[in-house]
Design a protein around this ligand. Structure first.
Ligand SMILES: Nc1ncnc2c1ncn2[C@@H]1O[C@H](COP(=O)(O)OP(=O)(O)OP(=O)(O)O)[C@@H](O)[C@H]1O
Length: 276
């Protein structure tokens, strides 16, 4: 593994009962690289992320990850009995230096005025920003993001995406973002991967100029290609920008006991529709 590699997975397997949810996944993430992982519901994205976060074991293969890693989940998971600043620095040594880095992290996420607020008084987006500050204050070499914007309204989600993109450019952790949102993946990631039937069927660099605009033909083409890899056929025509195009989990092939739709008859969505 080179010094530039933050994460190295080779032949990763995770079996639940008789089903190999992850069946030989190979994935390297370089230091400072942002990788988005897409996949239909139940394909094992969270399982992979949990293994990287040492929250789950693996049954085969090699997993090399840095010690310094933090996770942001879909819900903020704040301690209700601790004020915002105490939540950010929870588990760190007490003292003035810790307080200062906590306050700096709150400033970075735009919540400098909320240090002594209680979690219950925060909006969903604010609480998620506290969770982000808590993750970044530890200066992780690997930041694991498990659908961190999924519970937010469309506008807050886009603001959070911009914030995360900005903070990741400053802090330069390696990032694995698990998401159902194809546009979110393209907007943020250096590389996108698609998990299907236990393996990565796509793993490619996002060759779209920043700032990324859904009306850019390269953006639209990649979006269409990723949707096809996810089993969603997009009708011909120009792609329109949208706030929140998401994979319709119910209509996608899922690697479970349920019958898998034939690749010859995937779900079709109009490319002009924002939300798919
Ligand atoms: N501890 C467990 N025991 C048994 N099965 C599990 C366990 N954890 C996950 N699974 C199964 O593994 C499969 C993959 O789950 P996982 O949560 O990783 O999928 P996912 O791609 O993240 O799905 P979603 O997008 O819906 O969150 C699912 O079928 C799930 O039921």
């Amino acid at each position: 593994m080179s010094a530039e590699t933050a994460v190295h997975l080779a032949g990763l397997r995770r079996v639940f009962g008789t089903r190999a949810v992850l069946d030989g996944v190979d994935l390297d993430i370089a230091r400072g690289e942002f990788v988005a992982l897409l996949g239909a519901s139940g394909t094992g994205k969270t399982t992979l992320l949990r293994i990287l976060g040492a929250l789950d074991r693996h049954d085969g293969g090699t997993v090399l990850v840095p010690e310094a890693r933090t996770i942001v989940f879909q819900e903020p998971r704040l301690v209700p009995s601790k004020r915002v600043l105490a939540n950010v620095v929870v588990g760190l040594p007490r003292g003035r230096a810790t307080r200062e880095i906590g306050l700096r992290a709150l400033t970075e996420v735009g919540l400098e005025g909320h240090a002594s607020a209680w979690p219950a008084t925060l909006s969903g987006g604010e609480a998620q920003r506290v969770a982000l500050a808590r993750a970044l204050v530890r200066e992780p070499e690997l930041l694991l993001l498990d659908e961190p914007f999924a519970a937010l309204d469309a506008l807050t989600r886009m603001r959070m995406q911009d914030l995360v993109g900005e903070l990741c450019r400053v802090h330069r952790p390696a990032v694995l973002l698990v998401t159902h949102d194809v546009e979110e993946a393209i907007r943020l990631a250096d590389r996108v991967a698609v998990l299907r039937d236990g393996n990565l069927v796509t793993d490619e660099i996002v060759a779209v100029d920043r700032p990324r605009d859904p009306t850019d033909p390269a953006f639209a083409a990649l979006r269409r290609r990723l949707l096809a890899d996810l089993g969603v056929r997009v009708a011909d025509g120009p792609a329109a920008p949208s706030a929140s195009p998401k994979i319709p989990t119910a209509s996608l092939p899922v690697a479970t006991a349920a019958p898998t739709p034939s690749p010859a008859t995937p779900a079709t969505v109009p490319s002009t529709s924002g939300v798919i």
